[in-house]
Design a protein around this ligand. Sequence first.
Ligand SMILES: [Zn+2]
Length: 434
Amino acid sequence: MNNISKTLLVIFLLVSTFSNFSPTLGQSDGYAIEILPSFSIATQEDIPRIIELASKNNVNTIYLHVKRGTGTNPSPGVVFYNSKIAPTFYNFDVLSATIEEAHKKSIKVYAIIPVFYDIIAANKGYASVGPQSEGWVCPRTGFSYEKSIIDEIINGYKVDGIVLEYFGYANNLNCQCPDCLNEFSKRYGVSATRLNLEIEKQNDSELWIKWNVFRSEELTRYLNKLSQDIRTNRKIKLGIIIPPTTYRDYFENTDFGIDVRKIGNYVDFIIFRRQGLPLEYVSDATNGYSLQYDGDIYVTVENKDIGLLNLVYSGADYTKGIIYFQREPWTAQSFSRINKSRAESTNIWAVRVDSREYFNLDLDQLIPIWKKCNINTVIISAGRPYWINFRWPGHDKEYSNIVQLSNGDPLEKTIDKLKQEGFKVVVSFSLNSP
Ligand SMILES: [Zn+2]
């Protein structure tokens, strides 16, 4: 099979037999996008233009960053609305203009507020103390300041929801400011002056566990306060963006400090941001979170990764929906990419044939069943390195016993037969296995 490299679409095998490739069911009445103003909005006229595009493309929710989270120019902590508290970036109010235009088109606006990564607040005296904490704010001393920004937004604007980002610590050795250490010592009866957290961490001591429980309780306590104001009093939704570190067990990675098991009563949803995590772990992560947290789980997807979405979300049964974002300005082309991917994923119903199943693969019997179940795509395994299910001159040593026992090329034969029957065929190759 000479053109195997052309045919070989390398994917990781996460899909189970009879998976429904449809990340978009449940979102049939629209989808959500995330807008980072400093990437997408230069002038006030950009706002109605983007909203018009979004509306035409069936967007139902806009997640708008209203405060700078990372990067430079503007610095983290600078806001995108007319604030009396924090410095602003634009000479117009991005939040109010977005809400006004979006609500005309029945699009909801959720404000994303990066909280404890805030250079402006750190420079005001609320800086976190501890290794690698530059730009981070101490939740204990900085909470009132950050809450005042959140209050300004929920009291001054008709937002439909609030999403907290960076609601955590720089890492698990933060925050060691006198306030935090005193509170920890008081609560756990230890002497703050003799505390050496780096040694406790190395020893994975009982005190180290207490330190991390303390941090997660602190964050939960602040979240509870915000939940009172936002959900109970204002009756708007509250969500939180969680980095991909804590989805199996909080104590495996305590860096950020949020223990997902503790926050269920205080947020309506969590948003999982993949960051550097390999794409194939998305379903693993959302499944992991769903064991610890009962509410809705959303996933953000960068527009440039959209081609792989269909495969990734097939395994993510616990994802409520996708929020699309990009680091470039939103244009008509951005939306047509999303629409194309969503249309494809809605129409794909796939079945997977495992390597082992080749031996007894009675296609004549299976094809009518698949057709009856509206299956239109078949994923078949080309094998793995050193165990290939196709003929490749010079690679006889890697032939699987399916190839050894057959005359001809079993993979090619199967593809031909399925294509004749009108199926789309995806060939998978498992790079993870030896
Ligand atoms: Zn502190």
